[in-house]
Design a protein around this ligand. Sequence first.
Ligand SMILES: *[C@@H]1O[C@H](CO)[C@@H](O)[C@H](O)[C@H]1NC(C)=O
Length: 319
Amino acid sequence: MPVQVRLKRSIPVPRVIFYGLIAALVLLCVLCIALPLLIHLLKPRCAKTDDTSIVEPPIRLSSSLIPEKYFLSIKLFLPSSTVNYDRNMDFTFSGNVTIHFQCVQETSEIALHVDRLRIAESSFHLVERSLQAKQIKLDKMQTFVAVEQTVFRLAKPLKPGAYALHLSYSGILSESLEGFYRSSYVENNEKKWLAVTQFQPTHARRALPCFDEPHLKAEFAITVTAPSNMKALSNAIEESERLIGGGWKTTRYKLSPKMSTYLVAIVVCEFEHTAAKTKRGTLASFRDCQSHVNCQFCPYSSAYGLVRPWSLKESSPRK
Ligand SMILES: *[C@@H]1O[C@H](CO)[C@@H](O)[C@H](O)[C@H]1NC(C)=O
């Protein structure tokens, strides 16, 4: 009897442990599922900024977007007697660019090369070219200094088609000899300024937001606004030059041939110039500053060629 009692009493003890273990296991399983779920549910609220930030793009641009034409208008704030503006704007430039491009593969981001430019986010204007009125909204703009790109994330993915993107921006005429830079010389005891571009190999992005890879060739329609006593030169043939008031002059150039971004060139200076036809009949315009003893650079331009800063020490085209 006592044995039976002992047995009867001893059986429920392991059962309690057994059921207790099962209960603990079930609780553990429930916790395992519920905890990550809880974390996941709470995450969007605590980490919203992480979720919406754009991932840094690779160094090479994606092949989804192919540029066709750039309509570039640049205004240079160079000290000159003809213009009056806030001196804080000295050696800066402002620009408007409209890029015509093809989207060949659906994408929700547009990545452009940008270096040291300040893009006005509110100026972002993207339309499908056949449906001018229908705007594609910007969701977020983010600049990645390491890869020299600004990424525009769109509210809706871009379907394959032809688009036009407009941006307004500003930049600084640098003191280095890269991108869009300033230079000076002294004439009759007066310091004269000039602005020159040097875009090779990857400095076009310092003057305009662009697809700055050599194979992404496009046509360029350039307009330069500068103090009226200065001459603006670019790659293409001059189309018009007109005074726009306030001592400013706007020079418009014809559409350039299809070319790489690094070949785009702009020079704004006070140099004299001589135009001549080359043996092959190309209209060439030479500007040099050999009479200016202290001048560092002698820009040279030809109708379809480059505008190059020539150092006096190197051979200049006249020599
Ligand atoms: C850019 O566009 C704005 C708005 O049309 C205009 O006010 C400004 O003068 C333009 N700037 C340049 C450099 O063309």
